[in-house]
Design a binder for this molecule. Structure first.
Ligand code: FMN
Length: 171
């Protein structure tokens, strides 16, 4: 799909059909993630791919009962790796850059999925400890975003946006 069409086609989806994501499409999404920019090119994040039904169910519980996490065939967990960024950037690496690295990576995954005709929703509301426990994340990692990926079972809805003049400040 053409880039701007993929941007337009993307809407958060919270109901998924029971169809797996093709391995080739998943690979393309992961390759897109690995193209994302990062501070100092350190890529201070790790991504966990969760396909096991019992683990997806545990993630849904850790995300305050957002059951679509159990429904979607794949869930990506984006984690910051603070130490990777800290080595070069100290406090700013820990507090800002690794978070930006991980969330840009998640954005790339989201847009790549959209370009491939797949649906997602960014999930930020979760108990970090419970997510870590659900999939046994190493202690050095902090989960900061989850992204269920699958085929939509609901009509996409366009949500309103703030006006351009309110957001952009030409100075
Ligand atoms: C940082 C962040 C956290 C979010 N957390 C959640 C979440 O926990 N659950 C959820 O259903 N949607 C979540 N969303 C999705 C937003 O609700 C959604 O993007 C917004 O309403 C705009 O709708 P659209 O994505 O369809 O354009 C999150 C989005 C972002 C960027």
């Amino acid at each position: 799909m053409e880039f701007f069409a993929a941007l337009k086609a993307r809407h958060s989806i919270r109901v998924y059909i029971d169809t797996p994501v093709e391995a080739e499409k998943l690979e393309q999404i992961l390759e897109a993630v690995n193209q994302a920019p990062s501070a100092g090119n350190l890529q201070a994040f790790e991504v966990y791919l969760v396909t096991r039904a019992d683990q997806r169910k545990a993630l849904a519980a850790a995300a305050l009962g957002q059951d679509f996490l159990a429904q979607a065939p794949v869930v990506l967990i984006f984690c910051t790796h603070e130490a990777r960024s800290e080595k070069k950037y100290g406090k700013r690496g820990v507090e800002l850059y690794c978070l930006q690295d991980a969330t840009i990576a998640c954005t790339y995954a989201m847009l790549a999925a959209s370009a491939l005709g797949l649906s997602t929703v960014w999930v930020g509301a979760f108990n970090e400890e419970a997510v870590s426990c659900s999939v046994n994340l190493p202690e050095a990692l902090r989960p900061v975003a989850m992204l269920p990926i699958g085929y939509a079972a609901e009509e996409p809805r366009t949500r309103p946006r703030r006006s351009m003049t309110e957001i952009f400040h030409w100075i």
